[in-house]
Design a binder for this molecule. Structure first.
Ligand SMILES: Cc1cc2nc3c(=O)[nH]c(=O)nc-3n(C[C@H](O)[C@H](O)[C@H](O)COP(=O)(O)OP(=O)(O)OC[C@H]3O[C@@H](n4cnc5c(N)ncnc54)[C@H](O)[C@@H]3O)c2cc1C
Length: 395
């Protein structure tokens, strides 16, 4: 791609900035992270504002109600909204960033008509029901059953780590529909309405005290066969499409946020006293800040490549695994630098000494979770080794 912006792209950015200036003052403060009902109202209201202004589904094709923006416009959109402090995609994450795109690539016209406009308007929140207690990295071992009974699948079993299940309307659900087939071949991808009888959601508590994850139990839940995306037992292939979006492009706005966080870290170093001066006088600290800035620049270039590839091929390629792996390591190093700067203040979840220290402590824990979410770092290394470097397959 040409890395310079064209006059049209510059005009797109100008128009977007003007719109953000006008609407952001009307958007209230973000609700607390543990108030899921308030977050739902806030996040879906922002999604509706984007929809009404023609910015929803920025990279979705026009025929599915998106803006059909070019890769460059997509990046301008992410940069400008982040820079202006606009609300994050939040609870709309799964619907906007990987369930919706999977439906575009794989679903029937009826399924697309039933869900894509509602996702874009912010009327539907989605969650992801993939992981199980015995099936995380080895997802293909999943055991939740979907037994065919006429025109329904009777679903029974358990999912875990289901983010935001308590406010979701629909779930992208993987179930085993053929227990006798080889494990990758007996899986189907279903659209699960979360209101069906037989679903029980039990929130879990994380080390940071938050409760965004849940266990979800299914007791003979009757899901229409018409809700299956792709062919019966072809769900593994559909799930790989979901993962390519989840790893390839869904972390892009996070990465842009990281640039803001790095500037905050530099500011923190400037404010923290050290030996008559500030922590920023330490050559080691300055060097690590410089390295992190260079790494984020490199990741930005990789992002442009991945977005261009997704725009060209319809789905992101395996480069998403390279991005996700390296991004998670950069975030961990940013977190480590924050801990080093904070010293004993890093032991508290509260702000200490009149400085915004808690965001760096929580940021370090968040960095750890990024090395696990959407496939662990070890799994990404296996993918890079086998599919990019051509190393022998894991047995
Ligand atoms: C923030 C966050 C959000 C999440 N949201 C969701 C969600 O909404 N829906 C959902 O379904 N899941 C979700 N997950 C779950 C996530 O997908 C799993 O945690 C992840 O796939 C790892 O599975 P596991 O936890 O069972 O770990 P395990 O698979 O048990 O792995 C344990 C350790 O063994 C290593 N390991 C395993 N197999 C191999 C191998 N073959 N080679 C080398 N090392 C290996 C792993 O890398 C890891 O270090 C979320 C997780 C996080 C952290």
């Amino acid at each position: 791609m040409d890395l310079r912006y064209t006059p049209d792209e510059v005009a797109f950015g100008d128009e977007l900035r003007a719109w953000l200036r006008e609407v952001l003052p009307t958007v209230g403060p973000r609700p607390p992270m543990d108030n899921f009902e308030a977050r739902r109202v806030y996040d879906t209201a922002w999604q509706r504002m984007l929809f009404d202004a023609g910015y929803a589904g920025i990279n979705w094709p026009k025929q599915f109600g998106g803006r059909g923006a070019s890769p460059a416009e997509q990046l301008i959109f992410l940069e400008e909204t982040e820079r202006a402090g606009a609300p994050y995609v939040g609870l709309n994450f799964v619907g906007q960033l990987h369930a919706g795109p999977t439906l575009i690539a794989e679903a029937s016209p009826e399924q697309q008509a039933a869900h894509l406009p509602s996702i874009l308007r912010g009327d539907e929140i989605w969650c992801q029901g993939f992981s199980e207690p015995g099936a995380g990295s080895d997802l293909a071992s999943l055991r939740t059953r979907g037994v065919r009974d006429g025109d329904v699948y009777v679903v029974s079993g358990q999912k875990i780590w289901t983010s935001n299940a308590q406010v979701a309307d629909f779930c992208e659900l993987l179930v085993r529909t053929d227990p006798d087939a080889p494990k990758h071949r007996g899986i189907s991808w279903l659209i699960l309405p979360m209101t069906l009888p037989g679903i029980e959601i039990r929130p879990l508590r994380t080390i940071a005290g938050s409760n965004e994850f849940s266990e979800v139990f299914f007791d003979d839940v009757r899901v229409p066969v018409a809700n299956r995306v792709g062919a019966e037992n072809d769900g593994w292939r559909v799930a790989m499409v979901t993962f390519s979006f989840e790893r390839g492009t869904a972390f892009v706005s996070e990465m842009i946020q990281s640039q803001v966080l790095l500037a905050d870290l530099a500011e923190l170093a400037r404010k923290l006293p050290k030996g008559g001066g500030s922590a920023l006088d330490d050559g080691g600290v300055r060097r690590e800040l410089g390295r992190l800035a260079a790494d984020l620049d490199a990741l930005t270039a990789l992002t442009k490549r991945n977005i261009s590839q997704a725009a060209r091929d319809g789905v992101p390629g395996v480069g998403g695994s390279v991005f996700k792996l390296y991004y998670s390591e950069v975030r961990a190093r940013m977190g480590d630098l924050g801990m080093r700067l904070l010293d004993r203040a890093a032991l508290s979840f509260d702000d200490v000494g009149g400085l915004a220290t808690s965001e760096h402590v929580l940021g370090r824990i968040h960095a750890l979770s990024i090395t696990i979410a959407a496939g662990t770092s070890q799994i990404q290394r296996n993918i890079v080794g086998e599919r990019i470097l051509g190393l022998p397959k894991e047995r």
